[in-house]
Design a protein. Structure first.
Length: 357
């Protein structure tokens, strides 16, 4: 936490920026507090246990039916058609794990952790410990180039400064990253699993045992199910298609949220919570299909302001948040789904512009 003016006085030093930062934090709190009171008064932070219980039960039932279908038709190439519903239901499973990680489902942290471990490690083979650590850092400082891991240097880059440092094959990728974005998402399903496994070495022995055991059970169970249902060639084709579609679906759900939005100046003044979340996030307009396809992440501004708000309450909170932003003169960015992709891809294309020239 940066020093306050009082801290500077106690230490016998003078920080000329301390008073300004303190005032900025006070303004940030004053901007958010009235909204928090309105949302809390409307009951929108209360748990929706029944809704989540039904959602989890339905998702598990549909998953069981899909994998029963794989066992039934595994001897035919038609089994590949079931990779699509398996990937879509995998996305539902990931969204439920996401909500558990934000403490949206149950009042107790332990229950949410168990739900997250079951949906992440056991059912998907994705390490919930890795994802929670990464995602919490993203929520704390969205689009902050030094603090948000989602805009760090990876296969893609998000600023021209990052692009200028690329060499070799990475430089070629950056020149064409807007065109490569969706094809690269086909690898995301495997990349998520690999990252979860790699993160195990950073965990405590107890956490490593729990998460590692569940990841191993998933891998053995997934492999055994496919090899029991079909021959190795069919199994390899199904696994490849399943993971490609899962990565594409999940990546497409996360892509519209922040790419192409404001990126805070690492050396500039700190924004308060309200501005930090609103100015860096984008909502996606739509109806029930959009809610289903994006798993509630289409209410990205609202979710970032209130991460523990149950997903079914986000739509009801939206008018309150939009009106509050309007009173403060803050832009509340909403686009259609296709336009959100266009803006994100345009930003990636612009980042690589100097390398192309």
């Amino acid at each position: 936490m940066p020093p306050t003016a009082a801290d500077s006085t106690v230490r016998g030093t003078v920080d000329p920026g301390a008073a300004v930062r303190g005032a900025a934090r006070a303004v940030g709190a004053d901007e958010f507090s009235p909204l928090l009171r309105s949302v809390r008064a409307a009951g929108l932070l209360e748990r929706r246990t029944g809704w989540y219980a039904r959602s989890i039960a339905l998702n598990l039932l549909l998953l069981a039916a899909t994998w029963a279908g794989v066992l039934l038709v595994g001897g035919s190439w038609w089994v590949l058609a079931l990779a699509l519903p398996a990937a879509v239901l995998g996305g539902r499973t990931a969204f439920l794990g996401h909500d558990a990680g934000h403490q949206q489902i149950a009042a107790g942290r332990r229950v949410n952790r168990v739900i997250g471990l079951v949906h992440g490690n056991l059912l998907l083979g994705m390490g919930v410990g890795w994802w929670t650590d990464k995602h919490n850092r993203h929520h704390a400082n969205p689009n902050h180039i030094d603090k948000d891991p989602d805009v760090g240097v990876g296969a893609l880059v998000w600023t021209q400064h990052q692009a200028a440092e690329r060499v070799g094959f990475a430089r070629w990728m950056t020149r064409h990253q807007a065109k490569l974005f969706f094809p690269l998402l086909l690898l995301e399903g495997v990349a998520l699993k690999v990252s979860g496994i790699q993160h195990l070495r950073h965990q405590s022995p107890r956490e490593r045992l729990v998460e590692g055991s569940l990841l191993a059970i998933h891998l053995v169970g997934y492999t055994a199910l496919l090899l029991c249902a079909m021959n190795p060639l069919h199994a390899l084709a199904f696994a490849a298609l399943h993971h490609a579609l899962f990565g594409l679906h999940l990546g497409s759900a996360f892509a519209p949220n922040h790419k192409g939005m404001e990126m805070p100046d690492p050396d500039g003044d700190r924004w308060g919570h309200l501005r930090r979340q609103v100015l860096t996030s984008r909502n996606v307009r739509g109806g029930p299909f959009t809610d289903f396809f994006l798993g509630g992440l289409n209410y990205q501004i609202d979710h970032h302001l209130f991460p523990s708000m149950p997903r079914p309450n986000l739509r009801a909170a939206q008018p309150l948040i939009r009106a509050h932003c309007a009173r403060l003169g803050l832009p509340y960015t909403e686009t259609g789904l296709v336009e959100s992709y266009r803006q994100g891809l345009a930003h990636m294309h612009e980042v690589g512009a100097e390398l192309r020239s």
